[in-house]
Design a protein around this ligand. Structure first.
Ligand code: VAL
Length: 392
């Protein structure tokens, strides 16, 4: 009997706080993105966008008068960092949902933790195939590259109808890049083009001489790159320095102005398919409000990763408001575990008018988005700053 007592006490200690957990106010929403490491090139943009969402949504009343508060946990750039951030947010900070992680590579490691803890995840930037399939509590507002990427190859063919020979390069140690390259290679085939070389690299590489030599040797007239921002930026730079003159299509990892300092003036003329355009402000008042607030705060216009982070916070906030409307009960009166389950369902009902247009989250967790864009990077004469200029 005596020997059982400590075990019993342990069980009780573990069970009682879990049962008693109510949702805190202001309502905590976890943001688990890469604020340090090479992934910070994306994560910084995500933090900026999320902060604008917190400010704008709270100014508009939050969740029917109750404020939300974002709890930031840096995931850095690897799987362990994401797992750690998820555990802290779920168990210590008791968030209602997690927005993150930045990379699909991290999502495949960290999302199963949230799934087991029945805590909803809204991916703000995961674009690899298979992310929502990780579990019932896993969703995203970032359209998969299977839907977005082919537009940029089609646009390259419009700009240069003589394109025939394509070199494809991808980061083989990154889940998103390995997934995106399959989509690109299928698009190349479906459009009747020839893949003349497929080159692999690592997201940690900074010397791309071997790959560039192969591209030049294969006489490619289109280069398609799937990687993250720092590696891809260096790859583009070395391609141009060693004499490649053709068009470059960049995947989702090249969709960030934070890449501009990496390739400088040589970033010009990269074509990138995008799930957000600041150009819709005239017909989308939500985007206008977001873009105006973003510009006032950071003295620059928002790009895709910021807009998607804003969207993720907005979607969680609106889904919480829907629960109150349907149950007539305030969020703070729910037990956390119950609320997390209801929120997961609520996220998947109805549609949301967001800076990235009207979207919904399907029961599978996959986003449904209507509008995609293709932009070309145009660098300014200073060789440091530039912009994504809409081409379609
Ligand atoms: N979209 C990519 C991913 O899913 C990066 C660029 C954030 O990993």
């Amino acid at each position: 009997m005596k020997r059982l007592a400590p075990a019993l006490a342990l069980v009780l200690c573990a069970a009682i706080p879990a049962l008693a957990d109510k949702v805190a106010t202001p309502i905590p929403i976890g943001i688990a993105v890469g604020q340090t490491s090479n992934v910070a090139l994306f994560g910084q943009e995500q933090v900026n966008g999320a902060k604008i969402a917190e400010e704008r949504l709270n100014a508009a009343g939050g969740v029917n008068g109750t404020k939300i508060t974002l709890v930031f946990q840096d995931t850095a750039g690897d799987e362990a960092g994401a797992v750690n951030a998820f555990q802290n947010l779920i168990n210590r900070d008791k968030v209602v949902a997690i927005i993150g992680p930045t990379l699909s590579q991290q999502a495949f490691a960290a999302n199963p933790i949230a799934e087991r803890a029945k805590t909803p995840v809204v991916g703000p930037s995961n674009t690899a195939k298979g992310v929502p399939e990780i579990g019932e509590f896993i969703g995203r507002i970032s359209a998969p590259m299977t839907q977005v990427a082919p537009y940029s190859v089609k646009q390259a063919m419009k700009l240069n109808p003589d394109i025939k020979r394509v070199a494809v390069l991808y980061a083989q140690n990154d889940a998103f890049s390995s997934s995106e390259t399959v989509t690109f290679q299928d698009a190349v085939k479906n459009l009747g083009l020839e893949t003349v070389t497929v080159q692999k690299f690592q997201t940690t590489d900074n010397d791309f001489t071997t790959q560039v030599t192969a591209v030049l040797g294969a006489k490619a007239d289109l280069v398609i790159i799937s990687g993250l921002a720092a590696d891809s930026g260096n790859l583009v730079k070395q391609l141009r320095q060693l004499g490649y003159k053709g068009l470059i299509v960049g995947g989702n990892g090249l969709n960030s102005p934070n890449m501009f300092p990496v390739c400088g003036a040589l970033c010009s003329d990269i074509l990138v398919a995008q799930a957000y355009s600041p150009a819709t402000v005239d017909k989308n008042p939500v985007n206008k409000d977001f873009a105006t607030a973003f510009e006032a705060a950071y003295k620059k216009g928002p790009a895709q990763f910021s807009a998607q982070a804003y969207t993720a916070v907005q979607v969680v906030t609106e889904a919480l408001a829907k629960i109150e409307k349907e149950t007539g009960k305030k969020i703070a009166d729910f037990e956390l575990a119950e609320l997390r389950e209801m929120l997961n369902k609520s996220l998947r009902t109805g549609s949301y008018m967001t800076p990235i247009g009207e979207i919904s989250i399907q029961p599978s967790g996959e986003v449904e988005q209507k509008d995609f864009y293709v932009s070309k990077i145009v660098m300014n004469p200073d060789g440091k700053t530039g912009s994504f200029v809409l081409v379609s």
